[in-house]
Design a protein. Structure first.
Length: 228
């Protein structure tokens, strides 16, 4: 079964970090936590108050990473959506994996649109590389580093949303074909360059979901309906 990319709300993913900050400020004042925290107890209370908005923003960010990797699964991506998220929770290893999940996506996305001849703008790999670096360095007291990290974060979110939506909106993706061996064929690609899975290269359209695919299947590769 093939999961086609679905458009994501760019405004939602860009606004969630801001809303999380506003929510955190509200909780700080509503809870009466001393600012700045002086004692260890004050520091603990301050951490607990900000934990909820931090986790909220983290969940939203991880959701976007999951959707991004889902959009380019054609058998050549370096990882699956589940691994892209799950391996980020392994201590120490996640420092390495952060580059694979963020920077690696930009590289695999560019290869994806080249491989399927999709007319979409390539992602700036240097931008997706700079964000993990800035995130790791954020623990150091470097002036202007928080600002640079924030700008990089919002740019990565915006570009990732644009990339997913480009695949969902392109004519090539809307006419996606699936071959019985699991490979993908796009309308934008030359049919002659696509491996014909059967002696009959004709296409069949599912009566239920109208998904067009190669003949040779017993069930629709999108909705699972049986062919007569």
């Amino acid at each position: 079964m093939l999961n086609c990319p679905v458009r994501v709300s760019k405004a939602f993913y860009l606004s969630m970090p801001i809303l999380a900050i506003i929510f955190g400020v509200f909780l700080v004042f509503a809870s009466g936590v001393r600012i700045p925290p002086r004692s260890p107890r004050d520091q603990g209370d301050f951490f607990l108050v900000l934990l909820a908005p931090t986790l909220l923003n983290a969940v939203v960010s991880l959701t976007l990473i999951y959707k991004a990797w889902t959009a380019i699964q054609d058998g050549y991506a370096r990882t699956t959506p589940g691994k892209a998220i799950g391996l980020l929770f392994i201590p120490l290893f996640n420092i390495y994996w952060l580059f694979q999940a963020i920077w690696g996506f930009a590289k695999d996305y560019n290869q994806f649109i080249e491989r399927h001849r999709i007319e979409a703008k390539k992602l700036d790999q240097s931008l997706f590389l700079s964000y993990p670096i800035l995130l790791i360095l954020s623990f150091l007291p470097i002036p202007c580093l928080p600002l640079a990290l924030m700008v990089s974060y919002f740019l990565v979110i915006a570009k990732t949303c644009d990339a997913i939506n480009a695949l969902a909106a392109t004519e090539a993706h809307n006419s996606l074909r699936v071959t019985p061996d699991g490979s993908l064929a796009y309308k934008a690609a030359s049919i002659k360059a696509t491996k014909i899975p059967t002696k009959d290269p004709n296409e069949i359209s599912c009566d239920k979901c109208k998904f067009v695919q190669w003949t040779g299947y017993e069930i629709c590769q999108k909705c699972g309906a049986e062919f007569n």
